[in-house]
Design a protein around this ligand. Structure first.
Ligand SMILES: [Zn+2]
Length: 56
């Protein structure tokens, strides 16, 4: 664990591949953590996604 998932929508769903109940996580703060599995989601600007790939 530890890697964050970058998303471009301010609401994401997480079920950890069915390992826990499906929850919707609000990213209004730009970053949030799943209360069940601890997965971190980071909100990015869609036009930044290309730069993210180049950085990785
Ligand atoms: Zn989760």
């Amino acid at each position: 664990m530890g890697s964050e998932i970058k998303v471009t929508e301010n609401v994401v769903s997480c079920s950890d591949n069915g390992q826990h109940p499906l929850v919707y996580i609000n990213l209004n703060d730009g970053k949030a953590r799943c209360q069940y599995c601890g997965q971190v989601f980071t909100l990015i600007d869609p036009k930044d996604s290309k730069a993210e790939k180049e950085a990785a």
